[in-house]
Ligand binder design. Structure first.
Ligand code: 13P
Length: 283
């Protein structure tokens, strides 16, 4: 069933686990996520970035997400990842997204508060949840790149002020992760997560979670993370399985035969993540 992001994340916050939010761009990815969620009895978030929406079209992405959610035996939220444009956020709400992210992290604090507040006002009026970002998360997520030197950790006191002023439902924090493939092992500031959580109380979101070792993910959840974003690990599973299939079956021209192993490989990765995040059995 289709639910709001807030409904899923408040439950996770209350019970100390995290919901996986996986980036979707096509039907096979959506199906892999839903099958994994049903097999593990997990709540789940399907999220589309602006790049994903540009690729598939907002109508297709919204319909895919809604059909999948309505058919699913587990609760599913449909979320816009890293929305930076007010018009686009409104378009997603109009197409039935139940959760949106306003990423104003490139602006100074005051502007970030202003734009986030504006989105919260409209989204909440129609029952849609809002995630915002404070601090700057490094790396590249589709069309947004933050240089390593520009990445800055979230300041706990600013986070408290930001949440009080904006009324957001969840907050993405910059605590040492980055979008994309890691060069070395990421060093997560768990103490910072704990401090922010104590001050704000609302669900916290970890971006750039692909490639983060299992132990670090567990510690981050214990510290107060309730939503974990995964994109790169699905891309890796998808392309690896597809390449292997084509290497072994170079004459196959059936897209269904080529895409099926990719869908299965993603599903395996997602099932593992759901156990790790503690969302299994929570639907
Ligand atoms: P990864 O690609 O590193 O998993 O990050 C995904 C993400 O944070 C989407 O917002």
């Amino acid at each position: 069933m289709l639910v709001t992001g807030k409904e899923l994340l408040d439950h996770a916050n209350k019970h100390g686990y995290a919901v996986g939010a996986f980036n979707v761009n096509n039907m096979e990815i959506v199906q892999a996520i839903i099958e994994a969620a049903e097999e593990t009895n997990s709540p789940v978030i399907l999220q589309a970035s602006q790049g994903g929406i540009k690729y598939a079209g907002v109508e297709y992405i919204a319909q895919l997400g809604k059909v999948a959610a309505e058919k699913a035996k587990v609760p599913v939220a449909l979320h816009l990842d890293h929305g930076t444009d007010f018009q686009q956020i409104m378009l997603c709400i109009r197409h039935g997204f139940t959760s949106v992210m306003i990423d104003g992290s490139k602006y100074p604090l005051k502007e970030n508060i202003d734009i986030t507040k504006k989105v919260v006002e409209v989204a909440h009026a129609v029952g849609v949840s809002v995630e915002a970002e404070l601090g700057k998360i490094g790396g590249t997520e589709d069309d947004i790149t933050v240089d390593e030197r520009e990445a800055t950790f979230t300041d706990p006191d600013e986070a408290k002020l930001f949440v009080d002023e904006t009324g957001v439902d969840s907050l993405a924090v910059a605590v040492g992760t980055a979008h994309g493939v890691y060069k070395g092992e990421p060093k997560i500031d768990f103490e910072r997560i704990r401090t922010i959580k104590k001050l704000v109380g609302i669900p916290l979101v970890l971006h750039g979670s692909s490639g983060v070792p299992a132990e670090a993910i567990k510690k981050a959840v214990e510290a107060g993370i309730n939503k974990i974003n995964i994109d790169t690990d699905l891309r890796i599973a998808f392309t690896k399985a597809m390449k292997e299939f084509l290497r072994d079956n170079p004459d196959n021209i059936d897209p269904r035969k080529i895409l099926n192993p990719a869908r299965e490989a993603m599903k395996e990765v997602i099932i593992e993540k759901m156990h790790l995040f503690g969302s299994s059995g929570r639907a």
